[in-house]
Design a protein around this ligand. Structure first.
Ligand SMILES: Cc1cc2nc3c(=O)[nH]c(=O)nc-3n(C[C@H](O)[C@H](O)[C@H](O)COP(=O)(O)O)c2cc1C
Length: 213
């Protein structure tokens, strides 16, 4: 099993589509995915209300960054999924329509096992690019400011920026700028104290678990 980072669309009971980056555990065959959404996420709440969605493999790291930071506006073009009630991103590389078969929400990071019921291919994946990977890393870090030390995240951003500047295009630059802006905002709202570490904020016993990611 490996983790595959992508973008997931889920649908609320009222029919509103949510777009969020997620990294399910997958097998090569992509027949089943194991999702681990935080219980605080809209993705989790939507899947409880309507246990179907679409997982997308894409190289659009700007959309990934925007979706990591909150509701995406304007919403990217979506087409109706074929086998589930949900939306497929018009621009993506591959997509997997799925239905949840088991939800285990006894832990903070709950586990949802889903079965792929339909799949499609839209366009080629760009390929390895260090700036794209740097943006993916930065986007993950940006969603963890509540429980990782801000100093560490900022230090990581300084390293990642070098890769973005050296190897990226405008899309990666824009995505990274957006994420950096978010970090600046978080720093501002928290004040300028720089000596905080995770162990200051959370005693080891109740620090949110980051598992193997
Ligand atoms: C590449 C990537 C992978 C992510 N994987 C997960 C994940 O597996 N589970 C999770 O709860 N959050 C994950 N996140 C963080 C969520 O995307 C983030 O918390 C987001 O705000 C949740 O959006 P939602 O509330 O609209 O569902 C990931 C973020 C990125 C950038």
């Amino acid at each position: 099993m490996m983790i595959l980072e992508g973008i997931m669309t889920t649908t609320s009971a009222a029919g509103e589509i949510n777009i969020a980056p997620m990294g399910p555990r997958v097998e090569q065959t992509m027949e089943r995915l194991l999702l681990k959404p935080f219980r605080t996420s809209r993705t989790y709440r939507n899947l409880k209300e309507h246990p179907e969605g679409v997982f997308h493999v894409t190289d659009d790291v700007l959309l990934m960054a925007r979706a990591a930071l909150g509701a995406v506006a304007p919403v990217p073009a979506l087409v109706a999924a074929e086998r589930v009630r949900g939306g497929v991103l018009r621009d993506c590389c591959r997509y997997y329509e799925f239905r949840a078969v088991a939800i285990d929400d006894r832990q903070e990071r709950c586990e949802i096992e889903v079965l792929v019921v339909h799949r499609g291919r839209v366009r080629d994946f760009f390929g390895f690019n260090r700036a794209k990977h740097a943006v993916v890393e930065a986007a993950i870090l940006a969603t963890r400011t509540d429980f990782l030390p801000l100093d560490d995240i900022e230090a990581e951003f300084r390293k990642l920026k070098i890769l973005v500047d050296k190897t990226g295009s405008e899309q990666e630059q824009d995505a990274f700028a957006l994420l950096s802006q978010h970090l600046i905002q978080v720093r501002k709202t928290r004040g300028t104290a720089t000596s905080t570490s995770a162990s200051d904020v959370y005693p080891r016993s109740n620090r949110p678990k980051d598992e193997a990611r």
